[in-house]
Design a binder for this molecule. Structure first.
Ligand code: CU
Length: 126
């Protein structure tokens, strides 16, 4: 009886250990980046992704004054022309966490003339 309880406890401990290892793996593989680093999501942030190796599943954190800026998910055309497609997903909390999809990810600020002033990024997630 006592031995039976002991092995059940061992199985539970092994299970918890495996789960912890899996969760740890997840954390190690997905990185979190603050867009614009200390400057945050602001004008002239366009060059921020240059030289960074970003991966699908990584999280971008957009920090900004919610009353002034926003973050809109656009396509390549929207990025190039600072144009928000109809029905585009918009974030406006001032502290938005967006997980990157594989391939190109484009974000712009929708406030008048901000995107034209370089408040936009194009990120290639591997
Ligand atoms: Cu803005």
């Amino acid at each position: 009886m006592a031995q039976g309880r002991g092995s059940a406890a061992r199985i539970v401990i092994v299970g918890i250990t495996l789960l912890a290892m899996l969760l740890h793996c997840e954390v190690v593989h997905a990185a979190i980046y603050t867009v614009g680093d200390t400057g945050g999501w602001d004008e002239n942030v366009e060059s921020w992704p240059k030289g960074k190796v970003l991966k699908a599943g990584d999280t971008l954190v957009f920090k900004y004054d919610a009353g002034i800026h926003d973050v809109v998910v656009v396509d390549s055309n929207g990025y190039k022309n600072c144009d928000k497609p109809t029905g585009a997903k918009k974030y406006a909390s001032g502290n938005d966490q967006i997980t990157l999809a594989k391939g190109m990810n484009y974000f712009i600020c929708d406030s008048p003339s901000h995107c034209e002033s370089g408040m936009k990024i194009a990120v290639n997630a591997l």
